[in-house]
Design a protein around this ligand. Sequence first.
Ligand SMILES: [Zn+2]
Length: 200
Amino acid sequence: MTDKNIKEIEDLIKIIAKLPGLGPKSAKRIVLKLINNREELIRPLTNTLAQVYKNVVRCKVCGNLKSINSNCICSSKKYDQICVVENIADMWVIQGSGIYKGHYHILGGTLPSFEGKNSGNGLLIESLVNRVKKNSIKEVILATSASIEGETTSHYISDSLKDTKVKITRLAKGVPVGGEIEYLDDGTLHSAFKNRASIS
Ligand SMILES: [Zn+2]
């Protein structure tokens, strides 16, 4: 269906093919669907994307998504537990499981395993330490993945929190080695949370 002469279409296919789970073939199908539904799909999609681009940002304190016009949920003082995850997808999985209803801290990735003790590599680790110090946080639950990078990150964080009195726990080893939180089933996640062990 692609007319090589229409640059806009080619560009759109290239962009959509970059989305997770999609390749050039499915991107073409999506673009065709969009073009055939200009008013029902293209117009609202254009508006919504523009709104998201303009109004949704990552909070510089906790890494969560927030509306540019309102305070982030992390600025509330009424919580004493923080669950540390690598990314937003992990948070959504834990939220969906219903096992944990407290606050989150989204690092934005992991430390490379070979780097060890370094500056934190652009992850929101320093801001986690500040959050723990400023609020009366009683427990930090490390829910980074069981990969080498996840372990390195977890060690680095517990090291950074050493001077605070906070209790640090790590999800139990039910998490398969190299396993990412995002792909865990609810049962494994529940037992990993329930059997989390103190490492501080
Ligand atoms: Zn925040």
